[in-house]
Design a protein around this ligand. Sequence first.
Ligand code: DAH
Length: 339
Amino acid sequence: MKEKLLEIRASALDAAAAAQDEASIEKVRIDYLGKKGALTAILRGMGALSAQERPVIGQLANEVRTAIEAALSERGGQLKAQALDRRLAAEKLDVTAPGRKPAVGQRHPLAKVEAELCEIFTGMGFDIVEGPEVEYDKYNFEKLNIPKNHPARDTQDTFYITENILLRSQTSPVQVRTMEQRKPPIRIISPGRVYRSDAVDATHSPVFHQLEGLVVDRGITMGDLKGMLEYFAEKLFGEGTRLRFRPHHFPFTEPSAEVDVSCFVCGGKGCRVCKGEGWIEILGAGMVHPSVLAGCDIDPDVYSGFAFGLGIERIVMRKYNINDMRLLYENDLRFLRQF
Ligand code: DAH
């Protein structure tokens, strides 16, 4: 019986060492240690042994079992490690290979200038307020002193959704929306998209961008408007930039002005950028009309204010000397990468 046990051990250890995968390991376990296995059969036959032989054979049988279990687990561990090595080799990443550079974009010149404008005004304590592009006629026109049939509507023909809902033709309706919701002191700007029923050419687009400004408080004067705009112009176009106010008419301001800056290229002598004029028109402005204030429940005998509105495209075109507005919307990267 002893020889039989030694034989079992030798052949089980050989089989374990020869196993090439988990399944064959398991098969060796069943063949030798399982219920119907070779070692189990020996143990069953121990009843026939003499009282002296039994403990000796029993001890040997236990040693054989332990040896087989150890061999199986060692071989199992080897196989697992080999499998891992194979996987690591197969899935190898070369971390030293040069990476693929992601294409880094940049801001569109319109967005860039808009951000610059916002930064200048927020630096002066203005809040940024946004209004809807689909707007009521009431806010775009009526409450800005432009009733139906007013001739000022001719220059601001836009796209109508219904008779009383339209695509806003200016950012000025945000003035009214703000004055309805906030009470003075008010100091806001409102950048955004506006629409007009204009054919596309080098200086017109049915969609463009404006930035509106509004200040309302006690004792606000035209002097405040001029001082604020002078500071703004120097920030945007450089120190020494001068302003020129030309009388104008806007229905929602009184008095009203168109405002020019001295040419930031030639300083006022006249050049290609200012078309020989020395001045560049940049915005419309004025003192908020008393009836616009009153229409928003702000007492014009107590409060006064100024407002201004500028076209962002116009500033971008002058600043970067772009002569065709369409270039700003075509999204040709060769053009956009220049800014
Ligand atoms: N909304 C005017 C336009 O589109 C620009 C403008 C002029 C806005 C005077 C103002 C202002 O706030 O006071 O032509």
